[in-house]
Design a binder for this molecule. Sequence first.
Ligand code: MEV
Length: 420
Amino acid sequence: MRTKISGFYKKSPEERLVIIAKQLNLSKEEQEIIRGQDGFSVDVADHMVENVIGSFPIPLGIAVNFKVNEKEVFVPMATEEPSVIAAASNAAKQSAKGFFTSYTGSIMRGQIQLTNVLDPYGALARIYENKEVILEKCNAEDPTLVSLGGGAKDLDVHVIEGATEKMVVTHLLVDTKDAMGANAVNTMAEAVAPFIEKITGGNAVLRILSNLADQRIVRARGVFENPFLGDKDAEEKFIRAYELAEVDPYRAATHNKGIMNGITAVVLATGNDTRAVEAGAHAYAAITGRYRSLTHWEVGAHDSMIGSIELPMPVGLIGGATTSHPVAKVAMKILGVETAEELAGIIASVGLAQNFAGLKALAGKGIQEGHMKLHARNIARMVGAKDDDLDKVVELAAKQGKISYETIKQIVLSLEVDND
Ligand code: MEV
């Protein structure tokens, strides 16, 4: 397997970059962007947001071992949290056949809220009677999207009882194709609102996309072959850990946070809108009226563990930071995806892998040992340990069973004396 690179984690950042650059034909310029030399100038930042004074770097790593719909893929992940990329890579290795995904298509909802409507149900009927005109007016706003086969496709109208009155809320259902689509949808909602006001006699207030993208759903499935090596007790603990997330929102929030550790990292690396994906994921997790797990786990044949995940995935390949952020552009090249569907499938697979790794560790020996080792490494660096001594410092600290600033400082000092 091309993305199964033995000891990738043991290599230096430069060695890893050389491997990725070679496999994906990254140009010298693209490599420099990743190294951070020419990556993200203050000028680029200044054109993206307001009141810029600099930029805030986040580590960019590559998750290995991923195969999605039979295609091997290196997955760029931007995250400040230790263990996330290693856990995803590890879990992907255990899903021997890889991940399989499906996608409902890129339909986004735009909401137009009407207040002061005399006859809310009559107005609802009039909006549907004018559906073709409304869709035409929306589509006149984005001929490019329409020429690509996208555009406003349908309506969905709701009468909603608010604290003060019955409001009429029109949903525009817009196929945004390979764009995330917020701009396209918001433009259409604002453009068509006066016409909807005219036919209903109401006043339009909100004219904005909904982040509960329940018609832009991605599903991923992965089979983890005998992950507990026949240990039935470990298997049962894994399933019980998942079951708690299905019935207890306190656990579900943490369970889904673990999934989002992976998902947000890829969404961020590709310059997509992390908050849109997060808002959609959590709203969807609560769509039954109770906040639940975004994943399901079942024991399959021959002690395999079958995982599946389902969530909205409003991500695109064009527009926003995806096309303006130099590092995101190279990250897209590393992924090698050509459609929003492909990107969504990879992101969902990473979320599923992340959840597998989290549950396996938590239901097993816990996550603190690994975390504390990383913590020790960071402290050792902070107190000035030499790179060559880092493994030794961590090993000695673990042996002492006490990972604190003071113990590690003492160990680093004693090694310095030994080296002298
Ligand atoms: C930590 O960032 C994520 C976990 O808490 C996820 C989980 O509990 O499933 C380990």
